[in-house]
Each structure stands twice: as structure tokens, then as C-alpha cells.
Design a protein around this ligand. Structure first.
Ligand code: FAD
Ligand code: NAG
Ligand code: NAG
Ligand code: NAG
Length: 528
């Protein structure tokens, strides 16, 4: 009798116990649901694994989200095959493990590898899924989410010197997160955004099914092209349309300080750059510099450009439209499209394109960033008051990106990315530092102050922001929140009127809000 009771107690006890580690439960579930259980090694890294930290940190761009005080995942899973992504979604859902999806890890607020509220959470890291199949005869490529945009550019250029793709300037961006948010780069004025050049996709939905464009339908296909990462499913593949680029591309960088008439030139740039020849993209990189007065700082404006064509033609365009910059033939560098990509990304002259195959970030920092879209020229007389606040920070940076051209011809509702006609340029504000938490509060305060100062110059009702420059200051979901009114605070800024349509798609494809994060699109409450 005693023995029987003891056995009974044990039998009762075991199933109730939580002593089975969650990664084991997950792993068992994976082998049940994988179509290829024995073909691939297990790739689950828990915090006791010696590789855990290096994998966690590998692609994380913003060191702010690696600080010891920030929550860490219970484990990281790096699938080797699409079917393991399907199994991961099924198993995370079944066992109540919150999932974050990471492709290139460049999220400004670390949302691909940190959850501020959910416990336990895991990372589905797509780093091993990076195939690129370029099809020149059909002008297309199928590219897998874990690949960087630099690898995509390289693989295209390897097959053809006259094909390219219009997406990000920074070559270590993961295409999984990058293209879901829009993806702009130096060819946007000619060909639009990355999302404007996507023709198909494969996505794992909340039920673990793989859907292509036809299977997912046009509403979901619309939503994933600009609605932001981590909302509707896991993108496995994009099918992109390649665009023509000339044999010879010309690049230049001309820098002027305030003392060299910087304000007058920047005022002129605002009028010229959004309207100039569409083959020409001139962005302005604004940084502190040394003044000719010893010990004082000034502001430098660097006009950093890519022209799809030869230098002689560029000089004619500049002479006609922007003579104030004083561009000369010796400022110009004629090169191939792929080398112009390296130039714009900031690699030193002569770096071989193969560097792109390393597929990893070149530099990391603690940083905070924000964005604005500008629809009216900032008067020249107001610029000096900007610089006063700008120079209060140690390492501030602004990048002004011109719009116009193709960007004005795509309707606001064609994709979720709404910042189209009427936008003159976008401002990105950045501040970076290396000493961790020490002066973090000061840097964050400066950024907020500068952004508040810029209010009169920015777009209004709503003040628009770029979803790929994620900013948690503009609002956050609560844990597993489905509050539409809460989410509308950032939803309208990122998507304008497209936000409502994104909510409808979300309600349709993920009503239980499995794919969620601090700024995900909420579904309508069930039953309404
Ligand atoms: C240094 C730097 C330079 C940049 N330059 C540019 C630029 O030139 N042009 C531009 O447009 N943007 C630029 N960005 C912004 C960039 O586009 C976004 O940060 C983008 O989200 C990065 O994608 P990722 O895959 O690297 O990021 P991740 O951090 O991996 O993901 C970002 C978001 O997407 C989700 N996600 C990731 N993979 C998937 C997937 N497969 N399916 C569904 N959701 C997914 C994540 O969960 C997260 O919410 C830059 C960012 C940095 C840090
Ligand atoms: C770490 O995890 C990987 C993948 O699951 C496994 O192959 C490796 O043996 C683990 N290493 C240690 C030291 O536990
Ligand atoms: C500016 O001056 C400081 C100190 O004199 C020097 O360390 C720094 O390199 C200079 N910066 C530039 C951009 O010339
Ligand atoms: C989120 O909350 C809703 C209702 O509060 C619940 O029905 C749903 O299952 C939750 N979703 C997840 C993924 O936990």
C-alpha cells in the first residue's frame, strides 16, 4: 500500500514538475515538427553554452541593448532550413515562449533580440539562412532573409555589371528586417525603395505554414512590404526585381564648413536636391568639425553623392542645377556600380567588393536615433540656431536624404510606407558614444531636446517617422497589448492612413497577436 501510494505520488508529481528545461521541451517539439529532423544538427544555445554570448552579440548593432541590465533570451535558435522555422513557430506558440526574429540585428531599439516585458523569450536567429539566387535572364533574384544587403549587391554584380538593386546604403543590413520597413538607398530617386521592387515572397505564418504571394493574398503581400518587421510572420525569402545600372557610375564628396558658406549652400541644397536629375542622389552628412578659430567647433556639411552615369554628364547636370557647390572634375570618381556601393557605405578607397561577403557589421556603438520628414525648406536664417543645440552634444550626427523623383510618383497607399509626394528630404538624427551607461542619460536627453527643437521644421499631423529608424520614445505596446488607441500614437507617424489597413491585415492573419513586440501592429480585439 505504501509502495503504491509512493508510486502514485511520483506519477502525479512528475508531470506537474517544471524541471524540464524549456529549451529541451522546445527541442523535443522541434524534432516532432521538423520535416527533416535528423538532417541538421541541433542549434539551440542556452546561457550556459560557451557560444551564447558571442551569438547574442554577433549582429546586435546598438550596444545599448546588450548592457547587463537589459533582459536576455532564455535561448537562441539558429535554424539551418526553412522547415525548422516552421517548426520553431509552432513550438514557441505551443509552449508559450515569446519569440523574437532576427535577420541582420540592426534594429535601432534592439527589438529583434530584446523583449522588455515578455518572459521567457527566445531569439529565432536567421543568420544561417542566407542563400541568394540571381536570375539575370529574368531580372530577378530570390534572396533569403538572413543575407545582408551587401551580399545581395555582391551576388548581383558577380553576374552582371549592369544590374543592381535599390536598397540600403549600409551594407550589413539584414534583408529580413530591412526590406519589411521600406529600404531606401542611393537609387531611391530613380527606382524607389526596396519594397517598390519586391515581386514575391515566402513567409511562415502563425500556423507554421509557408505562403508565397499567391497563397498569402494581396493584402498580406501589401502589408509585409513596408509595415515593419515582426508583425505578420517570418519572412523566409524575398523575390526582388533587379534594376538597370550603367557601366560607369560617378561618386563624390564635397565638404564645406560654416566658415566656407555652409549655411547658404545647405539652404540651396534643400531646394535643389529633391528636384535635380533622378540619376543623382546627393545626401548631406552633418558633423562637428574644427573651426579655424583654435579650440572652437564648427559644423561641417559633406555633400556625398552617387550619379548613375559618367563624370562629364554629372558636371553638366551640376553646372545647370547646382553650380553653388562648385563641383570640379577632380572631385569626381568614376567607378562601377558595386564599387560606388562600397564608396557610399564608407569603405576606404580600393577595398575589394569581396569585403561584402563577410556579411557582418563594420562598427557598433551605443546610440540613439530619430527621424523626421521635411516638407518645407528651413530658412537660412534659422540654421544657426540649429547648430547651437547640435554642438551641445559630443558626437552628434545628422544625415539629410533627398526625396523626389520616383519617390513622388508612388502613391502613399501603394505600400505601407507613406512618406512620398511632398517630402523634400528626410533627416536622421544620431548620437553615438562608447562609454556605455556612464553618460547615457545625458545623450538621450540631448537627442530628445534637439528633436523637440526641430518640431516647427518637421512634417505635421502627424509628425512622420521612418519605421526602420525605430524610436520607442514615440510610444510602446504594453505586454501582449491589443490597444489600437495606444498603438495609433506611433502607427500614424510611421504609416499615416495605412495604419488602419495594417490593423485589418493583422486581425486577419494573426488575431491572437503571436508576432508582437514593443511597437507591433495590434489586431482588433477578438469578437469585434
Ligand atoms: C548602421 C545602420 C545603417 C542603416 N542604413 C539604412 C539605410 O541605408 N536604409 C534604410 O532603409 N535603413 C537603414 N537602416 C535601418 C534598417 O533598415 C533597419 O534597422 C532594419 O530593420 C534592419 O534590418 P535587420 O534585419 O538588420 O534588423 P533586425 O534587427 O534583425 O530586425 C528588425 C526588425 O524586423 C524584424 N525581423 C527581422 N527579420 C525578420 C524576418 N525575417 N521576418 C519578419 N520580421 C523580421 C525584427 O524582429 C525586428 O522587429 C540602418 C540601420 C543601421 C543600424
Ligand atoms: C552549444 O550549443 C551548440 C548548438 O546546440 C552545440 O552544438 C554545442 O555542443 C554547445 N556547446 C556547449 C559547450 O555546450
Ligand atoms: C580637431 O581638433 C582636435 C584637438 O585639437 C583633434 O584631436 C581632432 O582630431 C580634430 N578633428 C578634426 C576633424 O580635424
Ligand atoms: C494575448 O492576449 C489575448 C487576450 O488578452 C489572448 O487571447 C491571446 O491568446 C494572447 N496572445 C498570446 C500570444 O499570448
Amino acid at each position: 500500500m505504501m509502495l503504491f501510494l509512493a508510486t502514485f505520488v511520483v506519477l502525479l508529481y512528475v508531470p506537474l514538475s517544471t524541471s524540464i528545461p524549456i529549451e529541451k521541451t522546445f527541442n523535443n517539439c522541434l524534432s516532432l515538427h521538423s520535416k527533416t529532423p535528423n538532417q541538421f544538427p541541433s542549434a539551440i544555445y542556452t546561457s550556459t553554452n560557451t557560444s551564447y554570448t558571442s551569438i547574442l552579440e554577433s549582429t546586435a548593432q546598438n550596444l545599448r541593448y546588450l548592457l547587463p541590465s537589459v533582459p536576455k533570451p532564455v535561448f537562441i535558435f539558429t535554424p539551418f532550413h526553412d522547415s525548422q522555422v516552421q517548426a520553431a513557430v509552432i513550438c514557441a506558440k505551443q509552449h508559450g515562449i515569446h519569440m523574437r526574429v532576427r535577420s541582420g540585428g540592426h534594429d535601432y531599439e534592439g527589438l529583434s533580440f530584446v523583449s522588455l516585458f515578455e518572459r521567457p523569450f527566445m531569439i529565432l536567429d536567421l543568420v544561417k539562412l542566407r542563400k541568394i539566387n540571381v536570375d539575370i535572364p529574368h531580372n530577378t533574384a530570390w534572396i533569403q532573409s538572413g543575407a545582408t544587403i551587401g551580399e545581395v549587391y555582391y551576388r548581383i554584380s558577380e553576374k552582371s555589371a549592369v544590374h543592381g538593386f535599390p536598397a540600403g546604403l549600409c551594407t550589413s543590413l539584414g534583408i529580413g528586417g530591412h526590406i519589411t520597413g521600406g529600404a531606401y538607398g542611393s537609387m531611391m530617386r530613380k527606382y524607389g525603395l526596396g519594397v517598390d521592387n519586391v515581386v514575391d515572397a515566402r513567409i511562415v505564418d502563425v500556423n507554421g505554414k509557408i505562403l508565397d504571394r499567391k497563397q498569402m493574398g494581396e493584402e498580406l503581400f501589401w502589408a509585409i512590404r513596408g509595415g515593419g518587421g515582426g508583425n505578420f510572420g517570418v519572412i523566409l525569402w524575398w523575390k526582388i526585381k533587379l534594376v538597370p545600372v550603367p557601366q560607369t557610375v560617378t561618386v563624390f564628396t564635397v565638404t564645406k564648413s560654416l566658415e566656407q558658406g555652409g549655411n547658404k549652400l545647405l539652404h540651396r541644397w534643400q531646394q535643389v536636391a529633391p528636384n535635380i536629375n533622378e540619376n543623382l542622389f546627393i545626401r548631406v552628412i552633418i558633423q562637428p568639425g574644427n573651426s579655424t578659430v583654435p579650440g572652437q567647433r564648427t559644423v561641417t556639411t559633406s555633400y556625398n553623392a552617387q550619379f548613375l552615369g559618367e563624370a562629364n554628364k554629372l558636371l553638366r547636370v551640376m553646372k545647370h542645377s547646382f553650380p553653388e557647390l562648385g563641383l570640379t572634375r577632380k572631385d569626381c570618381l568614376e567607378t562601377s556600380w558595386i564599387k560606388s556601393v562600397l564608396y557610399i557605405a564608407g569603405y576606404p578607397n580600393g577595398t575589394p567588393p569581396e569585403v561584402l561577403l563577410q556579411g557582418k557589421p563594420t562598427s557598433k556603438a551605443y546610440f540613439k536615433a530619430k527621424s523626421d520628414f521635411v516638407r518645407q525648406v528651413i530658412p537660412e536664417t534659422d540654421l544657426n540656431s540649429l547648430w547651437k543645440i547640435f554642438l551641445q552634444e559630443d558626437g552628434p550626427l545628422m544625415i539629410w536624404n533627398p526625396y523626389g523623383g520616383m519617390m513622388s510618383r508612388v502613391a502613399e497607399s501603394a505600400t505601407p510606407f507613406p512618406h512620398r509626394k511632398g517630402t523634400l528630404y528626410k533627416i536622421q538624427y544620431l548620437t553615438g558614444w562608447i562609454d556605455g551607461e556612464k553618460n547615457m542619460a545625458k545623450h538621450m536627453r540631448w537627442m530628445r531636446k534637439f528633436y523637440a527643437f526641430m518640431t516647427p521644421y518637421a512634417s505635421k499631423y502627424p509628425r512622420e517617422n521612418y519605421v526602420n529608424y525605430r524610436d520607442l520614445d514615440i510610444g510602446m505596446n504594453k505586454k501582449n497589448s491589443t490597444s489600437i488607441s495606444l498603438a495609433s500614437s506611433w502607427g500614424y507617424r510611421y504609416f499615416k492612413g495605412n495604419f488602419n489597413r495594417l490593423v485589418m491585415v493583422k486581425t486577419e492573419v494573426d488575431p491572437s497577436n503571436f508576432f508582437r513586440h514593443e511597437q507591433s501592429i495590434p489586431p482588433l480585439p477578438i469578437g469585434k
